[in-house]
Design a protein around this ligand. Sequence first.
Ligand code: FAD
Length: 384
Amino acid sequence: MDFSLTTEERQIRDTVRSFVEKEVMPLEPEVLRNEREGRPALDADVLRDLRAKARKSGFWGINTPEEYGGAALGPIMSAIIAMELGRTFVPFSFGGSADNILYAGTDEQKRRYLIPTIEGERRSCFAITEPGAGSDARNIRTRAVRDGAEWIVNGEKTFITGGNEADFVMVFAVAEPYGVTCFLVDRDMGWRSEPIPTMGQWGPASLVFEDVRVPEENVLGEPGRGFELAMEWIGQGRYMIPARAIGSAERMLQMAVDYATIRKSMGRAIAEYQAIQWMIADSQVEIEAAKWLTLYAAWRVREGLDARHASSIAKLNGAVMANQVVDRVLQIHGGMGYTKELPIERWYRELRLLRIFEGTDEIQRRTIARNLIKGHARLGLIGE
Ligand SMILES: Cc1cc2nc3c(=O)[nH]c(=O)nc-3n(C[C@H](O)[C@H](O)[C@H](O)COP(=O)(O)OP(=O)(O)OC[C@H]3O[C@@H](n4cnc5c(N)ncnc54)[C@H](O)[C@@H]3O)c2cc1C
């Protein structure tokens, strides 16, 4: 069993870490200011410049195949890079990537949707959730009815990340008589979006489709195979969610350690009290556990093994870990932790989402338990 990184992998991690420290973290005060004054976290120009700088350093298309100009660094490096990016709350990711399911498109769909998304010229969003169907995604009601060479789509989607900014949507609708089908629908084909205010900075949207006409050639994959595509989209990102959270938790824990050594109470640094030490110790234990579960899930993806069970475990554990760590870090900071002078409260609000989206804690537990009960997963395995 080899836990080490190659020299090249270590170099990549160190270069990303120094990019994040030098180029991204200095933007933190600006992000807090912008968000608190109701503006987007980063100005579009600032984001564009940052992505261009990253691209110059080779950080572009981290997990995009080389034939599309990407770096194709693979799942493990993608997870490690996400951990590094998670060290800052600046909502930044390297450019040059596109939703995995767009690779399932026809050559023409790749030309119109996949490649412009990789190039950053177009923005996608993924829409399956509806007001009446979240965890119960098989129960979606959005309908597509064929009319000659077109489909007419009617329905409403909710909580769609990037739905206000996207210029096309991968939308899932029941297409009679086939069943759930994925359609690529440009905004100018007629769907509308409305922002949904949330407790975090993550601003999703509701999308409304009223007699939106979609040409036949905009069906992604085969009619009736949409649910599989949706699960493929969700499955791909599952281990990336805890990966980013690990970076955030480590950065915050370091803040707590630093603060505990300088903050005095009753004549001593609070770091000397066992109550504080236990919070610090428990946090590191949980972060380390999350790190290895996440890398194990990424390893399974890299090896072409079924990673669904491992990813559910990593996602559930990582989401819970991040929320426990941020809560302890806030507690160690006392009243200061609750103020807007420090970013802890912002992280607290943002990380809460991890227990909800892309499969709630309860749905992950349901999946894990059912896999064991039905024999799809077995106990006692190592590295198989
Ligand atoms: C900020 C944000 C961004 C999002 N982005 C997207 C996006 O880009 N695209 C998209 O399609 N969706 C997106 N979602 C939707 C998200 O995936 C759903 O909110 C999530 O799947 C839960 O569905 P729900 O909100 O309808 O809750 P419900 O499914 O109604 O669940 C309510 C509660 O019941 C529990 N529950 C439900 N079923 C069971 C069960 N069988 N057993 C035990 N407990 C159960 C849940 O765990 C939860 O605690 C986003 C959500 C948020 C908040």
